[in-house]
Write a protein that binds this ligand. Structure first.
Ligand code: GLU
Length: 435
C-alpha cells in the first residue's frame, strides 16, 4: 500500500507550489539569498513517526521559531515569577521588531516579539552564566527539543549582526528600563546566535511534537521541560505567535504556532502532533506565504482547529441494569470511553438516581480506556457517598484505569477484575481495599 499521509502532504504541496507571491526576508542579506522555491512540510506524531514531503531535510536558520523554545527554557531555568516579572503575555498587535514596551508595566508585551525575546534570551540558563555559556545553554536546549545536536550558521549570524541596529536599539531601550541588566550588545549577539541555529523541517516538526507531547521528545524520550511550562508556552504561541496576524491565525487556523523569517513555520496541536512547513517567501507580516496556506489547508482538511468542538462522544454510561435477584441483586453502571469532567457529571447524575433498596452497586470500568484527574476524583466521591448511604460499592477495573482507588473518609470499595465476580461476591472489604 502506498503511504497515505506522505501522499496527502505531496498533494497539498502541489496545490500551493504555484504561489510565488511574497519575498524572502531582505534585512538579513544571507536570508535574501535563500532559494525561494524551497518547499516542504512534515508531521511528527507523538509516537515518534515523521511523515514528510518536499524539502524536509534542507537546513535553514530557525530565527523567531527559537522564541517559544527559549521562553520554555527560561521558564524552566529561572521559574515563572522572575520571567513573568520581566516579560508580559499580552498580544501586541504590532510587528515583530516594534520598538515598544507596555506603557503601564514598562515590560515587553510578550516573549514572541523581539523586545520580549531579547529579554528572554538573557533569562535562559543560570543567572551567572557568561554570554557564551548562555548561547550554549540555548543551543543545547533547542537540540533537546529537536532530539539531535544542532549547530549555529555563523554566516547568517554575522550577516544579521552587521545589520542589527534595530535589535540593538530595542536592547538599549530595555537596558535603560532595567529590564535588561547585562550589556545590551552581548545580549543581542546571543539572541542573534540563538536565531541562527540551523534546523530542517523535520527537526521543527519534532520540536513542535515535543510541545504537543507535554514537553517529552517523542523520539529521545527526554522530558525537556515540564507540563506547566508547555501550557504557558502554547498559550502564548496561540495568542501572540503570528505577530500582528495573530487574530486572523487564531480564527482561521487555530493551532498554536510560530513563524520565522527564514521561512519556517511550526504548529503544535496538544496531544496530537507537531507540524512544520518551510517556504522562504514572506508576506507583509513576516510569515511564510505558502506556509500559511499549507496550515490553512491542514487545519480545514483535518479539523485541527483547537476550538473545533469534538464529535459528541458515545454515552459514557453504556448501561444501567440489575443482575441477579433478592439480596444478591447487583446494580451495574457500565461505563465506557474516556471520562472527563462532563462524562463524570453524567455518572454522578446516574448514581444519584440509584434507589436505596439497590444495596449492591458496581461501577464497571471494563470498557473505560482513560479517566482524567477530576473525573477520577468525582468517581471516587460517588463511591464514598454511595457507601455513606448504605450501599456496598464494587469497582470493576481490570485494566487499573484508577490505580489504588481510595474513596476517602467513610468510603469503601471492593476492587474486582470481572463484573461476574461482583455478582457472586457477598463480603465487602473496608477502607478502600481490594477484594
Ligand atoms: N533574527 C530575527 C530578528 O530578530 C528573527 C525575526 C523573525 O524570525 O521573525 O530580527
Amino acid at each position: 500500500m502506498r503511504p497515505i499521509i506522505p501522499d496527502y502532504l505531496a498533494e497539498v504541496l502541489g496545490d500551493v507550489e504555484s504561489d510565488t507571491s511574497g519575498a524572502p526576508a531582505e534585512y538579513i542579506p544571507e536570508l535574501a539569498a535563500a532559494e525561494p522555491e524551497r518547499l516542504g512540510a512534515a508531521f511528527a506524531m507523538l509516537g515518534g513517526e515523521i511523515y514528510g514531503a518536499g524539502d524536509i531535510d534542507i537546513e535553514f536558520t530557525i530565527q523567531s521559531i527559537s522564541k517559544p523554545f527559549a521562553y520554555a527554557l527560561a521558564l524552566s531555568d529561572r521559574g515563572f515569577s522572575p520571567v513573568l516579572a520581566k516579560v508580559g503575555v499580552e498580544p501586541s498587535g504590532e510587528a515583530f521588531n516594534e520598538i515598544s514596551l507596555d506603557s503601564k508595566t514598562g515590560r515587553p508585551l510578550n516573549p514572541m516579539i523581539n523586545a520580549g525575546a531579547i529579554t528572554v534570551h538573557s533569562l535562559t540558563g543560570a543567572e551567572d552564566l557568561t554570554p557564551a555559556e548562555r548561547v550554549e545553554r540555548a543551543l543545547q536546549g533547542l537540540s533537546a527539543f529537536a532530539g539531535r545536536q544542532l549547530r549555529i550558521d555563523e554566516a547568517v549570524c554575522a550577516s544579521e549582526m552587521e545589520n542589527a541596529h534595530r535589535n540593538l536599539a530595542i536592547a538599549h531601550m530595555l537596558r535603560s528600563h532595567d529590564v535588561l541588566t547585562e550589556d545590551p550588545g552581548s545580549v543581542v549577539d546571543g539572541y542573534v546566535r540563538q536565531c541562527s541555529v540551523l534546523v530542517t523541517t523535520r527537526d521543527l516538526a519534532m520540536m513542535a511534537a515535543t510541545l504537543a507531547n507535554r514537553g517529552k521528545n517523542p523520539l529521545s524520550g527526554e522530558q525537556v521541560v515540564s507540563e506547566a511550562v508547555v501550557r504557558q508556552v502554547l498559550s502564548v504561541m496561540f495568542s501572540c505567535g503570528m505577530y500582528d496576524a495573530a487574530g486572523d491565525w487564531a480564527t482561521q487556523v487555530g493551532i498554536p504556532a510560530k513563524s520565522g523569517v527564514a521561512g519556517g513555520l511550526i504548529g503544535a496541536l496538544p496531544g496530537q502532533l507537531g507540524i512544520a512547513t518551510f517556504s522562504p517567501r514572506l508576506d507583509g507580516h513576516g510569515n511564510s506565504v505558502r506556509g500559511v496556506s499549507l496550515f490553512e489547508r491542514f487545519s480545514s482538511d483535518m479539523g485541527l482547529h483547537v476550538m473545533e468542538v469534538p464529535a459528541a462522544s458515545r454515552a459514557i454510561v453504556r448501561s444501567n441494569h440489575v443482575v441477579g435477584h433478592g439480596p444478591e441483586a447487583l446494580r451495574v453502571l457500565q461505563l465506557q470511553g474516556g471520562i472527563g469532567f462532563a462524562g463524570a457529571e453524567r455518572i454522578v447524575q446516574e448514581a444519584e438516581s440509584i434507589s436505596p433498596s439497590d444495596i449492591r452497586v458496581a461501577l464497571d470500568l471494563t470498557r473505560v480506556h482513560s479517566i482524567d484527574d477530576v473525573a477520577r476524583r468525582m468517581l471516587l466521591e460517588v463511591a464514598r457517598r454511595l457507601t455513606l448511604n448504605g450501599h456496598d460499592v464494587y469497582l470493576v477495573d481490570p485494566e487499573s484505569v484508577i490505580p489504588d482507588p481510595k474513596p476517602g473518609d467513610g468510603g469503601r470499595v471492593t476492587l474486582l477484575d470481572d463484573v461476574n465476580r461482583a455478582a457472586s461476591h457477598t463480603a465487602t472489604v473496608g477502607g478502600g481495599q481490594t477484594g
